[in-house]
Design a protein around this ligand. Sequence first.
Ligand code: EPU
Length: 345
Amino acid sequence: MSALSSDIKLLRDFSLQKHNTLALPACAEYFCSVNDVDQLYQALVFAKQNKLDIIPLGEGSNLVLATNIKGLVIALELKGKEAEIQDAEKVLVTLAAGENWHDAVAYCLEQGFFGLENLALIPGTVGAAPIQNIGAYGVELSDLFVSLTAVEIATGELVQLKARDCEFAYRSSIFKQRALDQYIIVSVCLELSQKPQINIDYPALKLALVGIQPNPKIVFDTVCRIRREKLPDPKQIPNVGSFFKNPIVSAAKQTQLLADYSSMPHYAQAQGLSKIPAAWLIEQCGYKGHRQGNVGVHDKQALVLVNFQGNGAELLALARRIEGDVKKKFDIELEIEPRIYGEPS
Ligand code: EPU
């Protein structure tokens, strides 16, 4: 707890439009930002005294605001990066929750701490990264994760959760499942390597690097380039990246689908399961580049819904329509990946 911490500033009916990368218009009943753990405690006490729900916020790059938000939105702006050399190879890097993820990846690369390059340019903060176990181009956060420190909301205690406690899975963790809304992450510790760790097995990355001897900087730059080609910059076209998870189907279902759609891309998973790109399913239903009023589907990546000055209800209506059409055509249930706040049931 910092002795220098100042009082938090509580705001009412605060617009979150600039605090979510979909730029959805919605207001928070109460809002404050916190720079350290002491300020976070102040916010939690205020919420408890006033019986308010708590909504932790990073850069708002993985949430959909369906309506105005009841409760206290706490913007986590804790900063700090620390490195602890373990031996000739290993280094532990601890990053505060409010650090921008991509800046942290670039910082580690500059320091010669390798392993995060494939995760370059993912929008959002460090504190949000474990919640959905961010992953891209063949690497997941869980591959490098050691532990995190979080405040347990019910008790106000600072706790440490190790990798096994976090129950990481594809685009999931305990924080999206049985510990939903129970913790606020304040820092994350990763184990990186001082020797280059090159992983270019992901098909698009491998293809981009044919004939090139890759080093970590080249991998980082190539991942940035591929992402910029396919994924819209949220500052220009508001979005939250992939709107749906890639569905995982049984071997029998894959065989049945391939009988009808022989060119369907599919990726083998553990236990004979198969991952099908949701982008392909959505594109087959005719949605790539589709616009519906003030919202739409990106023209270069069908998994990305975009907002052209619409609202949460319009965006979710489009998402539900896509889900319905994919279900009808392929008998596959898509699952929305970002957290939805305030959707009427
Ligand atoms: N595809 C289509 N149509 C499209 C786009 C893709 O048919 O419009 C097919 C192609 O066959 C392509 C395949 O889908 O080869 C996979 O596409 P891509 O490599 O773009 O990856 P993705 O499965 O759509 C996932 C992650 C991304 C991550 C990339 C790269 C999920 C939900 N999404 O997308 O993560 O950047 O792989 O690893 O797993 C995010 O979570 O926000 C995100 C962008």
